[in-house]
Design a protein around this ligand. Sequence first.
Ligand code: FPP
Length: 246
Amino acid sequence: MGFKEQIDTSRLPEHIAIIMDGNGRWAKNQGKFRSFGHESGVISVKDIVEGCADIGVKYLTIYAFSTENWNRPIDEVNALMELLIATINNETDTLNKNNIRLNAIGDIASLPQQCIDDLKSAMEKTAGNTTCTLTLALSYSAKWEILEAAKKLALLVQDGKIKVDEIDEAQFSSQLTTVNMPDPELMIRTSGEHRVSNFLLWQMAYSELYFTETLWPDFRREDLFEAIVDYQKRERRFGKISEQLN
Ligand code: FPP
């Protein structure tokens, strides 16, 4: 039996977050440039997005470019931005065909203008889609996001719109870039690294973490289904004890 058949569709994670890692090593293993790894990574992105839509995962958030990735060699940064623009433009029709809404989080204003424009246009064209929301984390880091939220809350207090005592978890969450999305129940990181690398730190407070040795360009929907089966075997206690759960 394949992993897909083992999934209990009544207990799917509503939101899956993925740190796509290993593109560079995958390319290097074959004596190719790192950019070839990123290009091949796009094929994985497409397969995973369609896999999520196929089984009914409502939200998929992928870490496509971190705040820290700006520190990579300029040629690689440029190649990633070009790939991003080309992929957004090439895939908008497929997103619509699969009823997938495109969303983006991060410091979008720091991206090249072409990227901002094409992203905005693709988001508008897919805004009415309802099967799954694909969120690209671009120029994103969780510390950046949390600082931005703190600044917005400080302004609301300064302007007399809220009181300090009214700041609770819900109020804080409402200032994050993931507002209106459930927190991810499952976070997957490929390539054998066991870190969360400044990704969705607030939202992953209770996420199940799944690490696989598979490099991102080799990751396919069957690997995603395997991760979901693993997730479904876990007991999520949220600080309680087993006996309290049912
Ligand atoms: C991590 O591998 C991957 C990235 C930093 C970029 C991921 C980007 C893509 C898959 C393509 C663009 C995405 C979209 C959604 C169009 P790495 O370069 O850190 O690999 P390494 O750890 O082996 O060096």
